[in-house]
Design a protein around this ligand. Structure first.
Ligand code: GLC
Length: 465
């Protein structure tokens, strides 16, 4: 199919996904598949809408994004809650829906309490300030972000991530399925995807917040957390052949302050596939890191976001792209890109997913391929001055997406089959393709989502190593 035809179809499908409230555009539904029961795919998901929003901002359509930001801010939970069944103060909704009763319309929001397995949408709190910043960049107008209620909304989110907790890491402790992978997949603890979003949200907040009032040192706290977070991820999550060699020879059960293997990672946990898979040239951030736990799986969104937000150093950014090029068949294959690699199988699948029939090996979140990753790949490749990587991936997607009616995900080791339970006309598949193409055509759009390198301290007094 010709690129222009694919783009025209995509634009039409994106328009068809728009949700209206009192005749004004407020968001996009997750999918418009006429052949499947909608379940909650007829709602506007915060994380899904970000991709549509980027396309709208790139096209100069600001109203829908402003309406979304304003509406979700009013839905944000504002009251301090001691009731454990109510969303805590500052939490942003996972999704919302416009319900019509006669001539009346009203909005209902879901904070995860209706979601399958009641997963907490922690990423919504991070995507919101990231989008607010993108809106400011696109319009050149910060008056929205500077309104008192928006400033308050940002501070409530910061209260959720900067307050004291039981653990003492710069990373954020979360339950399983708290982001795009919203099912049990062994992504509890300190998953990379959440940490990169936290990093971006903190940077966005530091740009948007007005100077602190005495006694509320938010900006200082953000700066402090950002540098510790950057140091922690760049140092301890990073894996290349040298790093693997070090872990392979780790001493264990070290006690006290000045230990090398301070999280007590056992070399026996290095999976067999990794030793052959890690190329000479290249590296990536591991999926998760906690006490005696290193999840060696490659998670695409986290790694690409790390590049885009400059959480990865320049050298690390290039190494991640090298890695993608070296393992192209595994990570891109017939449809860009794998959500994570490799799939968990057998007894691991049983224990990690809880025998989830939707997350069988090489399907859905468990090693399935998600075209929405295209916009992240385009942004990351563009940022590193290597757009040809994204062009190659887009050419593969272009040949299939419209023909297959924009599926949500693909199955198989190399993403050859349309996902077993994939929705057609999945909005973020459509928007992901459009955003990627528009960004490559006009690299200036990268500024909407990209963050520049933050200087990090040479030593870190709260961390060993
Ligand atoms: C699935 C995905 C989730 C997405 C939702 C709507 O539940 O796992 O990330 O937000 O569908 O598209």
């Amino acid at each position: 199919m010709k690129i222009q035809t694919v783009l025209d179809e995509a634009r039409e499908a994106l328009q068809a996904s728009i949700i209206y409230y009192q005749k004004a555009p407020f968001g996009t539904v997750a999918a418009c598949d006429p052949e499947m029961i909608a379940l909650n795919y007829d709602q506007c998901f915060t994380r899904d809408f970000i991709v549509s929003a980027l396309v709208f901002l790139m096209q100069g359509e600001f109203e829908i994004v402003r309406n979304f930001l304003t509406l979700t801010l009013t839905l944000q939970s504002h009251e301090k809650q001691l009731n454990c069944f109510k969303p805590g103060q500052g939490i942003m909704p996972a999704s919302f829906k416009v319900v019509s009763r006669g001539i009346n319309e009203f909005i209902t929001a879901d904070f995860g309490e209706q979601a399958i397995a009641r997963v907490a949408p922690i990423d919504a709190c991070f995507w919101w300030p990231i989008l607010l910043r993108a809106y400011g960049k696109a319009t050149g107008d910060l008056t929205l972000a500077h309104k008192p209620e928006f400033q308050e909304g940002i501070r409530l989110i910061l209260d959720l991530c900067l307050t004291p907790r039981f653990d003492m890491f710069p990373t954020l402790l979360v339950p399983d399925g708290s982001f795009m992978i919203d099912r049990r997949m062994g992504v509890y603890g300190y998953p990379l995807e959440i940490q990169t979003l936290l990093y971006a949200a903190l940077q966005a907040a530091s740009e948007l917040l007005l100077p602190d009032e005495p006694g509320t040192p938010y900006l200082e706290a953000i700066r402090d957390r950002l540098s510790h977070l950057a140091y922690h991820i760049r140092t301890y999550y990073w894996l290349d052949l040298d790093g693997l060699d070090k872990i392979y020879h780790y001493r264990v059960e070290e006690f006290g302050e000045s230990v090398v293997n301070w999280l007590n990672i056992y070399p026996g946990t290095i999976p067999d596939w990794l030793v052959e898979w890690l190329p000479e040239k290249g590296g990536y951030f591991v999926g998760n890191l906690g006490p005696a736990q290193m999840d060696f799986r490659f998670f695409t969104q986290g790694n690409l976001l790390a590049i885009i937000t400059s959480l990865a150093t320049l050298q690390q950014s290039h190494a991640i792209l090298d890695m993608i090029e070296h393992r192209w068949q595994d990570l891109v294959g017939h449809m860009p890109m794998k959500l994570c690699f490799p799939a968990v199988e057998g007894q691991d699948w049983r224990l990690i997913t809880g025998c989830d029939p939707k997350n069988t090996p090489w399907s859905y979140h468990n090693g399935g391929s998600w075209p929405v990753m295209l916009w992240l790949l385009a942004a990351a490749a563009q940022k590193c001055g290597r757009p040809e990587i994204a062009c190659k991936a887009l050419a593969i997607a272009q040949n299939r997406l419209a023909r297959d009616q924009w599926p949500e995900y693909y199955d198989g080791r190399q993403g050859r089959l349309v996902g077993k339970e994939a929705r057609k006309f999945q909005t973020w598949t459509i928007a992901g393709f459009l955003a990627a193409q528009t960004l490559l055509d006009n690299p200036d759009h990268l500024a909407l989502i990209s963050f520049e390198q933050e200087p990090i301290p040479l030593s870190c007094n709260t961390l060993p190593g």
